[in-house]
Design a binder for this molecule. Sequence first.
Ligand code: SPM
Length: 309
Amino acid sequence: MLQGKPDCCLAQQRRIRKQEMSHPNIKDGWFKESQALWPGQAMTLQVKEILHQEKSQFQDVLVFQSTNHGNVLVLDGVIQATERDEFSYQEMIAHLPLNAHANPKKVLVIGGGDGGVLREIVKHDCVEEVTLVEIDEAVVKASKKFLPAMAVGFQHPKVKLHIGDGFAYLKENENTYDVIITDSSDPVGPAESLFGETFYDLMRKALLPGGIICTQGECQWLHLPLIRSVLTHARTIFPVAEYAWASVPTYPCGNMGFILCSNEPGKDLKTPARYFERSVEDKKLRYYNREVHSAAFVLPQFAKAALEV
Ligand code: SPM
């Protein structure tokens, strides 16, 4: 050590700083996720330690260690990923569109700054290049430090990271991608515009022929009017648009949807165009498999009736 305080003092200072960290959503050792998007209900997780808290240029970024769900990433008070169940969301938002495509080579991810979707995309050997465009570098930095099992996605040689605005990026990259995945937070705050028609049209223009998009599609138990409206405008922009869903225990109602669109008329998104080998499904996947792919598009009656547009 050249100068400054001895290591033991620095460690003590770090301990004190952590003890001093607090967050308005954490009281009496419990994190509570209440939000206008899911009125009258709130997920709570028991907190062991707050690991990181900052107000970035775009949002409130919180990472805490929970007692039973590993480390948890929270943006503007909303759970984005817990180490215990993130795999279901990340696998589904990645493998549904990628396996619906016969030969995806160039993939774009908008959002997804924790790196978990990248980790899944690079499981496809045919993919040659993945670009992730994240507006908030603070999310990437916090994930690299506290969510290494997700951020491992950034280490792959096929991956390029671009810190910036997804809208601007799409405008500059027409006719470029086989698959575009938008892994956004909810439609309040910085992600609101990612659910609108302008954004869907930009994604359409950025696709190559035969291209597929997949976006975070919210929850059928909570947001049917929103999902219906997004599907309706998606169907004016793309010849094919479908809704699929997965079980994600720490998202509201334990249920999360995806909107998939293809620019190829008549494209069957529900049947995989490619399969992972059974050995890959067994060893490298924890939620997605070829049967889950098709099953994800089967809707319960209340949602089917509401989404038939
Ligand atoms: N890579 C993980 C990022 C998560 N992106 C989606 C987060 C959605 C959180 N809210 C779920 C609300 C469902 N109605």
